[in-house]
Ligand binder design. Structure first.
Ligand SMILES: [Ca+2]
Length: 255
């Protein structure tokens, strides 16, 4: 083979190798959760910081986005309550995995209608659990509404974008040396978040929930996190501990 041809072949192989590494996604399979609220009510109380009254919770045909029924929740805030959360517990924990090459990230669509009786804020969002860090959890709505002006609002969200934005903010605040790039996370609940005060009321309808995306196995996801993301955090944590020890020794020397 001529020298120039050999150089081109080597260059092509090198480019393929670099491309293969840069775009390497873990093996994934399609995950999909849909909920049309046609036959069962999957929504459960989650948490609150005060009392509240459920005036109605269940399926209804008063407002419908699709099919024959939707979910309705009518809640009045009681003493001390500034938030009341309800949830749909997902059938499995779903890795918030970034599909760098295919861009088939976990995606959520859902539809919200607020009754005119509503005097508080209501939103849809998620709960996640962090890996590692003993599955520390975080949650928030992706958006919330004071009114939907008599129409169905569509919540449309790349869940991995939402999750990454949240861990980028909260990891450094809660764990020294840890950034959002060091951890993995599992989406485990769809949240219906209500914010208000005593006497305020939420009348919320939900319909057409869809959570779909390509996700890796938990073993692959946790292995990738442990091998490629977490070690730099451990280095920073150990460096910080060494720095604190040096400072303590300096203090001790003057006592
Ligand atoms: Ca429906």
């Amino acid at each position: 083979m001529a020298k120039n041809s050999m150089n081109i072949l080597v260059s092509v192989l090198l480019l393929l190798t670099i491309t293969g590494v840069a775009g390497a996604d873990l093996p994934t399979t399609l995950y999909s959760y849909t909920q049309g609220f046609e036959s069962t009510d999957p929504v459960a109380f989650w948490t609150s910081n005060g009392s509240y009254t459920i005036n109605f919770k269940g399926l209804t045909n008063e407002q419908i986005y699709s099919g024959l029924q939707s979910f309705k929740l009518d809640v009045t805030f009681g003493t001390g309550a500034t938030y009341v959360y309800f949830m749909i517990l997902l059938p499995q924990r779903i890795p918030a995995y970034r599909n760098t090459a295919s861009q088939n990230d976990l995606h959520f669509t859902g539809h919200v209608f607020l009754g005119t009786e509503t005097t508080c804020r209501a939103g849809l969002g998620f709960n996640y659990a962090i890996f590692p860090l003993d599955f520390w959890t975080g949650c928030s709505p992706t958006t919330y509404y004071c009114t939907t002006k008599g129409e169905w609002e569509t919540v449309d969200e790349n869940v991995v974008d939402w999750w990454k934005g949240s861990v980028d903010r909260f990891m450094p605040l809660n764990f020294t040396g840890v950034t959002g790039d060091n951890v993995g996370g599992y989406i485990n609940r769809i949240g219906l978040f209500l914010f208000g005060s005593s006497g305020q009321r939420a009348v919320v309808y939900l319909d057409g929930i869809n959570l779909t995306g390509y996700i890796p196995s938990q073993a692959d996801y946790e292995g990738d996190t442990t091998t490629n993301k977490w070690p730099s955090a451990v280095e920073r944590i150990n460096a910080k501990i060494a720095d604190w020890q040096t400072q303590l020794q300096t203090i001790d020397a003057f006592q």
